[in-house]
Write a protein that binds this ligand. Sequence first.
Ligand SMILES: Nc1ncnc2c1ncn2[C@@H]1O[C@H](COP(=O)(O)OP(=O)(O)OP(=O)(O)O)[C@@H](O)[C@H]1O
Ligand SMILES: [Mg+2]
Length: 274
Amino acid sequence: MSAQAANDGTPTKTVDSHTGENMRQPTPNNIYELAGVRKTFGAGPDSVKALDGVDLEIAQGEFLAIQGPTGQGKTTLLLLLGGLDRPSAGSVLFDGRDLATLGESELVGLRASAFGFVFQTFNLIPTLTAQENVETALVPAHTPAREREQRAKAVLEELGLGDRATHLPSELSGGQQQRVAIARALVKNPKVLLADEPTGNLDENMRDEIVAVLERLWHERGLTLIVVTHDSTVARRAQRIAIIEGGRVSAGDRSEIGRQAAPADSLEPTFVTS
Ligand SMILES: Nc1ncnc2c1ncn2[C@@H]1O[C@H](COP(=O)(O)OP(=O)(O)OP(=O)(O)O)[C@@H](O)[C@H]1O
Ligand SMILES: [Mg+2]
């Protein structure tokens, strides 16, 4: 077929011997490889280049923070990583498959199982209980009702919300609502957790609680965790910080790439109950 990828961290471009098609081989241990990614909104003089040539590799199991000024393409990038949008040009290899060209039904399948999303504003359905909100994540995968119920219950308990399962979002604190949203992302057993300003609407205590939850989950479940954040306190918890500015990603600080997560008991979050 095609040559092996180089093992020096550089993705190798090869030609498929059967089709003659250019193929990019994923480097072992990279869950994502982005090359020349562009995203333009609109056309003509009013068009916006949200991403303008992003090259980025993300290792399997990495905790990556993405920082940068407002309007510089952070959310746009996260949506591409989660298969919620496609680039205008370039490739977004996820586990060796290019999300830019993957068929819609395959993308729907990946969204239903591989990617979990957490948003700044929680995005819970106000008329559903915590338990029901978490269960909604399993509907696209056609998980049977009984299994949905059991898995949602288990993950709510894992996040310390067993006693809040029957409550509506309006009856929960901000930190608790975000934990429900994390449970909803996690109940799919995703490979990747993508969080867009997950602490942006929380006070400092709740911010620390949510960061501890994310870090514990990353540590215990071996997730790849990608967090967009303005908050340097949050970003500093990551193994690596990528900076996005002008639609391009710069390497950021890789100095802590080898950092192991702290022992699990020191990550035990203190849940704010108010
Ligand atoms: N659907 C869209 N249609 C048109 N323009 C868009 C769309 N989505 C994003 N943009 C534009 O693309 C640019 C990047 O937006 P993006 O939301 O990725 O920024 P961001 O870095 O997440 O900003 P913030 O920190 O404020 O959340 C902005 O100029 C934005 O207005
Ligand atoms: Mg944004």
